[in-house]
Design a protein around this ligand. Structure first.
Ligand SMILES: [Zn+2]
Length: 228
């Protein structure tokens, strides 16, 4: 049996129907999409690209400090910075953000960590031209001077060197992560270069970065699992 031809509706009916469809679709779309969009926007921040990175102590070149321990995979996942005076001579010395960024974690994480700050940075990778994101991690701080959700500048003071309540001689433990999901859950991730940069290597390779455009880039936030 041939399919019956669809007769066009009289024009006034057609307009009414179309109008209703538009209203219905609009309402449905709004209903379905709005919470998702709102949620997605909550998890995004617009960051300026870093123009380069400096050492977190004695910036830009760590003058007055020495690296007591460096990075090695499956061992020490960051750098330990001490004042050249040794002992607790560096207690209370300022710690600086290595680059422009956004504070994604700030607070007392207790245990072996104590006061901790994590800053998210976006930069243009020189060889590929691609936008990359890293987290810089600063811990055992005596004082914290930034809050979660705060934008920070390159070289901005974010806290001071501490001992984590006397657990250690004063020093800064500092990491750079390629993976922005680690947060305080290091044990759930590989302990190698797939997740971490050697922090000194990262800084040396990214001292000065191209800023070919001034527009901000969208970066994910709220990527960490809660930590108790
Ligand atoms: Zn350390």
């Amino acid at each position: 049996m041939p399919t019956p031809a669809i007769r066009p509706l009289p024009s006034h009916q057609s307009v009414t129907l179309r109008a209703w469809l538009v209203v219905l679709c609009g309402a449905l779309c709004a209903l379905l999409a709005s919470p998702t969009i709102a949620q997605a926007e909550e998890n995004i921040v617009r960051l300026p690209l870093a123009d380069g990175f400096d050492y977190p102590v004695g910036p830009p070149d760590a003058k007055g400090y020495r690296k007591a321990r460096g990075f090695w995979p499956n061992g020490h996942l960051g750098d330990d910075w001490n004042g050249v005076g040794g002992g607790n001579t560096d207690l209370g010395d300022p710690v600086y953000s290595i680059g422009v960024g956004y504070v994604v974690l700030s607070g007392d994480m207790r245990k072996g960590w104590g006061n901790t700050v994590i800053i998210r940075h976006a930069y243009q990778d020189p060889p590929s031209g691609r936008i990359k994101v890293v987290d810089s991690f600063y811990t055992h701080l005596d004082k914290i001077m930034v809050k979660k959700g705060q934008h920070v500048e390159r070289g901005q003071k974010i806290g001071t060197i501490g001992t984590n309540r006397g657990m250690y001689l004063a020093h800064l433990h500092f990491e750079v992560r390629k993976n922005i999901y680690v947060g305080m859950h290091r044990t759930k991730y590989k302990r190698d270069f797939s997740i971490y940069w050697d922090p000194t290597d990262f800084i040396k390779k990214h001292r000065s970065l191209p800023k070919r455009f001034n527009k901000k880039v969208k970066v994910k936030i709220n990527t960490f699992q809660p930590y108790k």
